[in-house]
Design a protein. Structure first.
Ligand SMILES: Nc1ncnc2c1ncn2[C@@H]1O[C@H](COP(=O)(O)OP(=O)(O)OP(=O)(O)O)[C@@H](O)[C@H]1O
Ligand SMILES: [Mg+2]
Length: 359
């Protein structure tokens, strides 16, 4: 059991090179979480200074790890949100389809942190972990891109960010003219919560810290420009239907959600919960996807569940080793084998989603 005061003292022993004060005294420590043997916080610095503060982040991590009894530490380095930057959203009616506008109207209150120059924000969610949500999210994004759409993917899974591995990207994102420059990989613009922290640190964020980091990645990343807006931003949400997910989906300006489930009853029960959660906040469930379909886990369960819930069944994806291998190798299978059978399945799912979003 680590004391909060010990954590604060350790952080104040690390000197901010700009002000010459300890990190806490300098006001750089945001959203500090101390729980049992874990601690985490966001080191929030001026956006022009992010690269320069990487060694300070490392020093802060080392200082926390040196506290007796501490076993897990997570420090993220983020740029300070300038007042007014995300507080005054631009009217985004131009370029929005009628369907999206209707969906926007149905939601109240409209979140103020919509990313600029992004036409549609689509969540990929699952009630249960490990059902292949991230695999579906990256391949679906690639399938949407294959339709000629400009597509971004945001890994908002604070519990287990997997986009860096699945897309083969690493390193702190660059800042340019006050905006985060997303990675470009396999025709997608990509940003992950895993790029803001060290990959081997377990994510221990809760509530405010997690949603703050995600809001920042949403609104401060240059997803699109006036001339070239992003058509779809796919958001890989953390699995589950708890408070963290509720806060995230309330704070994220979502135009629709797709829910991934395996065919088993236990996963379907959780998929139902996820649908209820989206209904509660007025985000339309665009459809249900069955993953790992086949002789091992069964098939057809998600389609029957979609019928029960009155939502669209978007398609089934087989349990297939090449999907896992491609993910492990940092290349979505849809991009690696665009002519393959699995790519065709994802193309069909993408067609369903493009239809639902009217794009
Ligand atoms: N259809 C499939 N066929 C074979 N392997 C799959 C399939 N879908 C996912 N996998 C593999 O299953 C594992 C879990 O998938 P993934 O990480 O996409 O799930 P997740 O729901 O995002 O998990 P988490 O809850 O941890 O975020 C990965 O190793 C992935 O490669
Ligand atoms: Mg995942």
């Amino acid at each position: 059991m680590v004391e909060r005061s010990a954590v604060i003292a350790a952080l104040d022993a690390v000197i901010d090179p700009i002000s010459g004060q300890g990190l806490v005294a300098a006001g750089l420590v945001q959203g500090l979480v101390v729980a049992d043997d874990r601690a985490g916080f966001a080191l929030e610095v001026d956006r022009s200074q992010v690269a320069a503060y990487a060694p300070v982040r490392d020093a802060a991590e080392a200082a926390l790890k040196a506290i007796p009894g501490m076993s897990r530490v997570s420090v993220i380095l983020t740029a300070e949100a300038k007042p007014g930057l995300s507080a005054a959203p631009k009217p985004r009616t131009a370029g929005l389809s009628k369907a999206a506008l209707d969906q926007g109207r149905a939601r109240a209150p409209v979140p103020t942190d919509r990313p600029a120059h992004v036409r549609h924000v689509l969540a990929v969610a699952s009630g249960k972990g490990g059902v292949g949500k991230s695999t579906v999210a990256v391949n679906l994004a690639a399938a949407l891109a294959a339709r000629g759409l400009s597509v971004g993917i945001l890994d908002a899974d604070v519990y287990g960010p997997s986009l860096p591995t699945m897309l083969g990207i690493s390193g702190q994102p660059a800042y340019e003219d006050g905006a985060i420059v997303p990675h470009h990989a396999h025709g997608l613009k990509a940003m992950s919560v895993g790029l803001l922290t060290k990959m081997d640190d377990a994510m221990i964020w809760r509530g405010p810290m997690a949603s703050q980091a995600i809001t920042q990645m949403l609104t401060q990343t240059r997803w699109g420009t006036v001339e070239a807006p992003l058509d779809v931003l796919v958001v890989d949400l953390p699995p589950g239907t708890g408070d963290v997910q509720l806060t995230l989906i309330q704070k994220t300006p979502l135009d629709g959600a797709v829910i991934v489930s395996t065919p088993q009853e236990v996963a379907l029960t959780d998929a139902r919960r996820a649908h209820t959660l989206f209904q509660k906040v007025g985000v339309p469930t665009l459809g249900l996807i069955e993953n790992m379909s086949g002789p091992v886990f069964g098939e057809g369960g998600a389609e029957a569940e979609a019928t029960r819930l009155g939502v669209v069944f978007l398609g089934a994806l087989p349990l297939d080793a090449s999907l896992r291998e491609a993910g492990d190798a940092g290349r979505p299978l849809v991009a690696a084998q665009p002519e393959g059978e699995i790519a065709a399945r994802f193309a069909a799912v993408a067609t369903g989603i493009a239809g639902a979003l009217d794009i």
